[in-house]
Design a protein around this ligand. Structure first.
Ligand code: ZN
Length: 545
């Protein structure tokens, strides 16, 4: 049943509250290897079409695949980071289907014996969302639950003991497979009648990461994908660039009445190729399903495509079932054996993961949870912060300056933290000068901007522009005396009770020192001098003052 957008909106607005969504994500991630998974062709993105191909990835008769060890290592790395159990033996399988961009007529994937299973990652949830999270916990205890979730039942569901509730989202499996080619439907003079094929992507290694149906809202799905991407980038298995297609996401979505145990019929929504539209597409599909059910229809198990321009999901094809693919073990590849020792070697090279880093930053540098979240967003930013914090007098100061000064300038310049003209050591050096009072906060910021624009260090700029803060007591004393001597009428007025003029004197001294005098010392010296003005600075009536 296809309803009009107006019908969907109207019905969903009235009835959405009585339903709960059940969402699982299937994420495909291209692994960052130099060559393809079963041949030596380059995986480079953006090369001219059909230049990185050979008999193996074109599926020519008699060509035999050879497994790329690096692809396996990156996949194991991802599996370990996502708390998956790596199976000691796994097997490749042929997934048979016809599609123009699949020259072999089958895709080499993994089916009944995947590389790894039973993993999880944690997302933060708001307290209201926690209620449905408890539902998820109940579900994983039911017989249909996966072994992994049942095994970890003590830790699954919502942990409300922390300040923010965390929810553990199960990962059913992570397996290896090859990518297909690309069909180009536009960009050619005869694109109206013809589809062009680029086989460069055929055989680029992928991992498919399938979540449990543990997600309950589009926001949770968004958060899950964000965390997943963050972890995969930290461990450097993929650049996860959605624009280049190195991270792609499909969602399985169903709805059920609140309190119902049984899952509804699900649809698969494809083409969720941007974070921005993921939540919107899911929101729309949930509303559509509620509207169909409420108007007496049934949900067809089908694959739907997110149409960005139209802002809705559209039917693409009826959902295929596993038996449609005639899976069978790949006869040209031996089983993949991963022993403990291999896993351990990979584990030993694993960097600190974002969650562990957040906790450690809060403990070691005394920064807030919010700051830790921002500063661990990418591994490069976290590394920058840590190096700056070590070079600076304290971590909190470094955290503040990075967030209030550096990130803004980077954004303005369209630069990534990796390309920051101010290195963490240079920032630390500047912060030492600010903390020691050699520079005022204001001067520090002005110098920082110059450092960013020129790439020079603080010390160079200070020398070149003679910007050092004046903290020498006799020098400040001299400046104050000069200003008072030059402004005798104002001093006179001040003495007669016009105290507001004090600010004027401070301003004049700051001006005379080109903003370099330490303002606190100027204040103190002026107070002293104006108090004692009778003797030293009352040129009008020396005796009577
Ligand atoms: Zn090839």
């Amino acid at each position: 049943m296809e309803l009009t957008p107006e019908q969907i909106t109207a019905i969903a607005e009235a009835k959405r509250g009585g339903y709960e969504a059940v969402i699982g994500l299937e994420v495909h991630v291209q692994l960052k290897t130099a060559s393809k998974i079963f041949c030596g062709c380059s995986t480079r993105f953006g090369d001219p079409p059909n230049t990185n191909v050979c008999p193996v990835c074109l599926g020519l008769p008699g060509a035999l695949p050879v497994l790329n060890r690096e692809a396996v290592e990156l996949a194991i790395r991802a599996a370990l980071a996502l708390n998956c159990r790596v199976n000691p033996s796994s097997r490749f399988a042929r997934k048979n289907y016809f599609y123009p961009d699949l020259p072999k007529g089958y895709q080499i994937s993994q089916y009944d014996q995947p590389l790894s299973e039973h993993g999880w990652l944690e997302i933060e949830v708001s307290p209201e969302a926690g209620a449905s999270g408890l539902g998820a916990e109940k579900r994983v205890l039911s017989p249909e639950a996966s072994l992994g979730s049942a095994r970890d039942k003590g830790a699954s569901g919502v942990n409300t003991e922390k300040e923010k509730a965390t929810k553990r989202v199960g990962i059913t499996r992570l397996h290896l497979e090859e990518d297909a080619g690309k069909s180009l439907h536009e960009g050619f003079p005869d694109s109206g009648e013809k589809t062009y094929l680029d086989f460069n992507r055929c055989g680029v290694p992928l991992v498919e990461i399938v979540s449990e149906p543990d997600l309950r809202t589009p926001q949770e799905a968004y958060d899950y994908l964000t965390r997943l991407k963050q972890i995969l980038q930290y461990i450097e298995v993929s650049d996860c660039d959605m624009e280049k297609g190195s991270l792609r996401c499909d969602a399985n979505v169903s709805v059920r009445r609140l309190g119902a145990e049984k899952f509804g019929v699900k649809t698969e929504v494809k083409n969720l190729n941007s974070f921005r539209y993921l939540a919107r597409a899911l929101e729309h599909e949930i509303a559509r399903q509620v509207a169909v059910l409420e108007s007496g229809g049934v949900i067809e198990q089908e694959t739907r495509l997110w149409n960005l321009a139209a802002g809705r999901t559209e039917p693409m094809r009826s959902k295929e079932y596993a038996h449609d693919y005639r899976y069978f073990p790949e006869p040209d590849l031996v089983p993949l054996v991963v022993d403990e020792a291999w896993q351990e070697r990979i584990r030993a090279t694993m960097p600190e993961l974002p969650e562990a880093k957040r906790v450690r930053f809060i403990r070691e540098y005394g920064i807030s949870e919010y700051d830790a979240e921002v500063l661990t967003a990418t591994r490069a930013l976290a590394d920058y912060f840590e190096a700056a914090a070590k070079a600076a007098p304290d971590g909190k100061l470094a955290a503040n300056w990075i967030q209030s000064e550096l990130l803004g300038l980077l954004k303005e310049a369209g630069k990534e933290i990796e390309d920051s003209p101010v290195g963490p050591g240079a920032l630390g050096e500047l912060l030492k000068l600010v903390a020691a009072g050699t520079l005022s906060g204001k001067m520090g910021k002005s110098i920082f901007q110059k450092m960013f624009a020129t790439g020079k260090r603080a010390s160079e700029i200070i020398v070149a522009e003679q910007m050092q803060q004046i903290t020498d007591a006799s020098e400040i004393d001299r400046l104050c005396r000069e200003v008072l001597a030059a402004n005798a009428p104002q001093v006179e007025a001040y003495k007669r009770g016009k105290e507001a003029l004090f600010g004027f004197f401070v301003g004049q001294v700051m001006k005379a020192s080109r903003g370099q005098a330490n303002p606190q010392m100027v204040n103190e010296v002026l107070k002293k001098l104006l108090g004692g003005v009778a003797r030293d600075w009352c040129p009008v009536a020396r005796d009577s003052c």
